[in-house]
Design a protein. Structure first.
Length: 278
């Protein structure tokens, strides 16, 4: 890591429209990240692996390209592999085992983590127990491969910072942590009820092993209009975190490339101002 306060990575989801449309290929993600955005660390999404599987040949080629480019692979975001807090014991076990292949891929790519979800059913207390059970069992397996299991606030109860932090405390394993996302705090998509994003990130930062700088829209001065980035970065740094912060643009008012650049530039500006002030 070259910067003193934090380094900037790129989440593959920032290019999801181009990837889903076939305008760019997943194998080219590291090159595009380096050449188009001047960013030298990447965060993958399992949805963009061919057939949603970490085929050995693809993973090997991805690793070779990253090494040739000088790009660091940080983590794989894993979705669609079942609910780690499923009330059905057999389904929960299957969900846990479904993630094993992504842990193996993370090892081969040189990642430090896989990102998972804490989906469950029942009362908040019931979901806490079920999710912590699934996470602990998965983390114990990941630990044998020196990989972290990190949970993102990703809708429903997981977007309640107090609840998710309580789950991580219950797991109580050094390799199980969080990936706080600046914008994923919708508790109920029907009512649009939203958890306070600043409170949520503050609650999740003590367990953070990665951070997602979610962005959607910007004003004429380059600031994100939904999240006060200066305040949010302050919360991140005040927690003692000095790792990677991933650009995750999800807006539609400007193109993905432009949105990534605006998010990157905002992070760079804040970092520079804070470094100059110290």
């Amino acid at each position: 890591m070259t910067e003193s306060l934090f380094s900037i990575s790129l989440a593959q989801w920032s290019l999801h429209q181009a990837l889903f449309a076939g305008y760019i290929k997943s194998i080219d993600f590291p090159r595009i990240t380096k050449e188009q955005f001047g960013i030298d660390a990447v965060e993958y999404v399992n949805s963009f692996f061919p057939d949603r599987q970490p085929a050995p040949e693809f993973v090997s080629e991805l690793k070779t390209r990253c090494d040739d480019l000088g790009v660091t692979s940080l983590l794989i975001m894993c979705d669609g592999e079942g609910n780690l807090g499923d009330p059905d014991d057999a389904k929960r076990t299957q969900a846990i085992e479904n993630h094993y292949k992504w842990i193996d891929a993370a090892v081969k790519l040189g990642c430090h983590s896989i990102r998972v979800n804490a989906q469950s059913e029942g009362t908040p207390d019931e979901q806490r127990k079920l999710a912590s059970n699934g996470l602990l069992r998965l983390t114990e397996h990941a630990d044998t491969k020196n990989i972290n299991v990190i949970v993102e606030n990703h809708g429903g109860l997981s977007s309640n910072g107090a609840w998710l932090s309580s789950v991580i405390r219950e797991v109580n394993h050094p390799r199980c942590g969080t990936l706080p996302d600046f914008g994923n705090f919708i508790l109920d998509w029907g009512t649009r009820e939203e958890y306070d994003r600043y409170k949520g990130v503050e609650e999740l930062m003590p367990f953070a092993k990665a951070v997602s700088a979610k962005s959607h829209d910007f004003d004429d001065t380059g600031n994100e209009i939904h999240t006060d980035y200066y305040k949010m970065i302050g919360i991140v740094l005040d927690s003692g975190y000095r790792g990677w912060i991933g650009v995750e643009y999800e807006g539609t008012n400007v193109g993905e490339f432009e949105g990534i650049l605006r998010t990157r530039d905002l992070l760079r500006t804040i970092r520079s101002e804070r470094e100059q002030a110290t």
